[in-house]
Ligand binder design. Sequence first.
Ligand SMILES: NC(=O)c1ccc[n+]([C@@H]2O[C@H](COP(=O)([O-])OP(=O)(O)OC[C@H]3O[C@@H](n4cnc5c(N)ncnc54)[C@H](OP(=O)(O)O)[C@@H]3O)[C@@H](O)[C@H]2O)c1
Length: 253
Amino acid sequence: MGQLDNKVALVTGATTGIGLASAKRLAVEGAHVFVTGRRKPELDAAVAEIRTAAGDRVTGVASDVSKHDDLDALFAAIEQFGRGLDIVHANAGGGELAALEEITPQMLDHTFGINVAGTVFTVQKALPLLNAGATIVLTGSTSATDGTPNFSVYAATKAAIRSFGRTWAAELAQRGIRVNTIVPGPTNTPGLAQLAPTPEDAPGLLGMIASGVPLGRLGEPDEIANAVLFLASSQSSFMTGGEIFVDGGVRQI
Ligand SMILES: NC(=O)c1ccc[n+]([C@@H]2O[C@H](COP(=O)([O-])OP(=O)(O)OC[C@H]3O[C@@H](n4cnc5c(N)ncnc54)[C@H](OP(=O)(O)O)[C@@H]3O)[C@@H](O)[C@H]2O)c1
């Protein structure tokens, strides 16, 4: 018996990092998981990895959260599966470093298009498919509430996520749908390493970031997935509009 037997879940941005760990955890607990990402080879590899851990309870749909047509095709595939949707982990996202002077309209549109609009329209288009008691988990960031230099655009998108989580929780409570936000601290993923200007610079950057974490290390994606499972399952049944920080103490101490 898994905690999520017979549930259907969607995890966006599940080809690597936090999304992949979340999707794998939800599938191991019994859910059938739809996973997305833009890069087909990485998506196929993620599906194979989840299959090895959890059997056939996984469907990959190559899909860009910033494209409405892609989202429509994704939700058509979930509708065709025929069991509605119980869990949405709107996780796809990312960012890049840029000082205020370096921010371009293209960069702003790109980051807000994925992290903000992508999250809005993922959740909006999921609404007709949501079963009674469905849960929505948004991926926030400790950046939403700090002032890390050169990270203002990304931080602003994650502050928007925090706000959406509260408002949508209020809007959806009458339908019995809960909305919560997982707040990872620095986590050992390809997305974090890609903040370095070159691959050679990545170990130095990751080491520097880890040294600023009270627990003295980066988080691992599986440690974030543990909290996603809690928010996605009935274990968190009296929780909505909330946040769980899994941040090694970064925003706590
Ligand atoms: N790592 C951290 O320290 C950290 C901390 C706080 C919050 N977060 C958040 O955690 C989430 C996952 O990041 P991660 O660290 O796990 O990075 P990651 O390993 O780079 O994963 C990002 C995922 O999102 C997908 N993605 C990116 N743009 C997309 C788009 N337009 N449409 C669909 N999928 C897209 C990527 O796949 P494709 O490239 O194939 O599309 C990939 O699967 C993000 O929202 C990030 O902001 C990360």
